[in-house]
Design a protein around this ligand. Structure first.
Ligand code: SF4
Length: 352
């Protein structure tokens, strides 16, 4: 048994009990794992076609973490507090045999929830298989309900039909669904009400995400942000809303329900109302770099540890050291006008 003075943790057999907290008192609960850096879309704010063109070098297969390597890391993270796993990309459904990875994560002691964030186009073929493997829920990215707008935002001219079919496939498979819409002035602000009306009917939770300056190529500026306040006002005027409490500590979206029904919306307001103080998330890139903030400029190379035969104990100690040293609060710093130095990692690399 081992005890530290600043962060109380101790080993009981193979398991580390209690909690590890960072320098701002936040535990680690969620691990977001990018399983591939490729995507079949070219969303303008994430993977713009001008940058990610035919000559762009995506990661070669041998540089991606293997399923065995991912499973080993999840086991270690689960030992000191991670309960939720979210699989992201790029587009995670492009990773071959994703269902097998989910099946193996599901067996890990301590993991309570596995989610996937996807553009849904491949769900028609995969939803049932993923559900049977143990997937708990899906978040589906959809930035417009009208084809002309959606075709521009996804950069590949894809109409909404294949996404809506993917959503239906997830529903048929019994997967809980949330729809994520990034709202950007000049891109899709016209879609706030049409999207709200559409998903109020279907009963799926729709979450609006304030446009953030993730990566270095998405052309962010404050004028492009549609604030939480504006989104709420617009919807409330036509479809009155009631505010709801958070479901759990660290929930990123503020929740609202329609007055005349059960359907919910959520707003992820990381620009106008930073929620860093309860941020329990770490992110793992497809090639095994660990990032402790979405806006980090550098990561920790866990693949190197994995491929150099470090023991689980050594890796555990290293990860505890990393988390204990964490003081990230980029959104708070931005709100306070503190400049950031260095290039940020791209969203397509760590899945947002
Ligand atoms: S800016 Fe970083 S620390 Fe703040 S909520 Fe986002 S990921 Fe967490």
């Amino acid at each position: 048994m081992k005890k530290r003075t600043d962060n109380t943790y101790f080993r009981r057999g193979d398991r580390i009990e209690s909690h590890i907290i960072d320098r701002l008192g936040r535990p680690i609960k969620d691990l977001r794992i990018s399983v591939i850096d490729k995507c079949n879309f070219r969303c303008t704010y994430c993977m713009p076609a001008e940058i990610f063109g035919p000559d762009y070098s995506f990661l070669p297969k041998e540089e991606l973490l293997s399923f065995d390597e991912i499973i080993r890391l999840v086991r270690i993270f689960a030992r000191f507090g991670v309960e939720k796993i979210r699989l992201t990309g790029g587009e995670p459904l492009l990773r071959k045999d994703l269902d097998q990875l989910i099946r193996r994560i599901k067996e890990i002691d301590g993991i309570k929830d596995i989610a996937v964030t996807t553009n849904a186009v491949m769900l028609v073929k995969q939803a049932q298989k993923l559900k049977e493997a143990g997937l708990d829920r899906v978040n589906i990215s959809l930035d417009a309900i009208e084809d002309e707008v959606f075709q521009k935002t996804n950069g590949r001219g894809v109409k909404t039909k294949p996404v809506l079919e993917g959503i239906e496939a997830a529903r048929q498979a019994g997967l809980p669904i949330k729809i994520n819409m990034v709202v950007k002035n000049g891109m899709n602000e016209s879609q706030i009400l049409p999207m709200a009306r559409y998903f109020k009917e279907t009963g799926d939770t729709l979450r609006f995400i304030e446009f953030m300056e993730v990566g270095n190529h998405n052309g962010w500026n404050m004028d492009a942000v549609v604030s939480k306040k504006k989104i709420i006002e617009q919807i409330h005027e036509e479809m009155p809303l009631v505010a709801l409490d958070a479901n759990y500590y660290g929930e990123v979206a503020s929740r609202y329900r329609y007055e005349d029904g059960d359907a919910e919306i959520g707003i992820i307001s990381s620009v106008t109302e930073a929620f860093c103080s309860s941020c329990t998330r770490a992110r793992l890139s497809a090639d095994g770099q660990l990032y402790t903030c979405l806006f980090a400029t550098s990561g920790y190379d866990l693949r190197d540890f994995l491929r150099k035969d470090y023991s689980d104990e050594e890796m555990t100690d290293y990860l505890i050291h990393v988390w204990e040293g964490r003081a990230d609060q980029y959104s708070v710093d931005r709100a306070q006008g503190k400049p950031m130095k260095g290039n940020k990692i791209e969203m397509s690399y760590i899945g947002g």
